[in-house]
Design a protein around this ligand. Structure first.
Ligand code: ASP
Length: 306
């Protein structure tokens, strides 16, 4: 097969904040631009690994998404980000958790994969590794976009006033992720996030956890998750979906349907996934009202949806 596939997501949730048509267009434009960048890489014979790293890096640079410069704030009003990348050809992976001041956590995850003997580095250790390798370092202000400060203040206020009325589905989970299959038939996946608004300091979600928020294996599929991370960690959802394909030989569509059913049945989980199987089939599913996502299936047209 001489074709390629690419899928990206920009988070799942109720997205009730996207009633304004202009905002909706802004999100979809962001997704479309990144897909076209990815198309350039993959159509020229670039690797799936490069395509997912570049795609997620671009989403991290777009402040409307909850990753990189647009990351949500934790309970102390600071940014702590998680990211991971995985190569389906040899199961190599790199991940970072609870890092601050790193402009592109996905690039740091790739660096860890390439230059260290480890899969995951966290906090200060990860940031020290980044400095040693000359990674760009940004001051706090770079991450403090006005919308995130307002959102954080609303979350703090809501929690004080209405703990018992907490309705997590009204929150947007805006993690970003990408999965790809290149012309050589190799798969890769990457996920990056600022986590959940007003989260506990030091809280790590599913995004950097191999098998929960990200997974890629050439024999089955590539998966990136978004949603309430604890649900995806407890169900090891990305690996559950990959195992389903490996053991049943079903396609991405069936695997996503199985995965969503499993997520609900086991933990009543909230969120969604994007999946590309080893044949280049693209599939997505979510248990929230919406998920921002887009795809190019087997070198075809570009599609973007909520
Ligand atoms: N899964 C992410 C986390 O729990 C949040 C998200 O997808 O928006 O950190």
């Amino acid at each position: 097969m001489n074709d390629y596939s690419l899928m990206i997501h920009g988070g799942a949730g109720s997205l009730d904040n996207i009633k304004d048509a202009k905002v909706a267009v802004r999100y979809l434009e962001g997704i479309r631009t990144v897909l076209e960048h990815g198309r350039t890489i993959l159509s020229a014979g670039g690797s799936a690994l490069e395509a997912v790293e570049v795609s997620v890096g671009l989403l991290e640079d777009d402040p409307v998404f909850n990753a990189g410069c647009g990351s949500v704030l934790n309970e102390h009003g600071r940014v702590e980000m998680d990211a991971a990348i995985m190569n389906g050809a040899d199961l190599r992976a790199g991940a970072v958790a609870a890092v601050s001041n790193i402009t592109n956590p996905v690039h740091l995850a790739r660096l860890i994969m390439a230059e260290s003997e480890h899969v995951m580095l966290i906090g200060q250790g990860a940031m020290e590794f980044a400095r040693q390798h000359g990674m760009p370092y940004a001051v706090d202000k770079y991450f403090h976009v006005p919308e995130r400060i307002e959102q954080f203040q609303r979350a703090r206020k809501g929690q004080q006033l209405a703990l018992d009325h907490d309705s997590p589905d009204e929150q947007k989970y805006g993690t970003v992720g990408a999965v790809a299959r290149d012309k050589a038939g190799h798969l890769a996946a990457a996920t990056s996030t600022g986590g959940i608004v007003n989260k506990h300091v030091g809280r790590v979600g599913d995004s950097p956890i191999i098998g929960a928020g990200v997974f890629a294996d050439d024999v089955s599929c590539a998966v990136s998750s978004t949603g309430y991370g604890e649900d995806f960690m407890r169900t090891v959802l990305a690996k559950t979906i990959a195992d389903y394909i490996e053991f049943t030989h079903e396609d991405a569509d069936k695997a996503v349907a199985y995965g969503m059913e499993y997520l609900v049945k086991k933990v009543n989980g909230r969120g969604g996934v994007i999946v590309i199987d080893s044949h280049g089939n693209c599939a997505s599913g979510f248990t929230t009202k919406k998920m921002i996502h887009g795809w190019i299936e087997r070198s075809g047209d570009t599609h973007c949806r909520f």
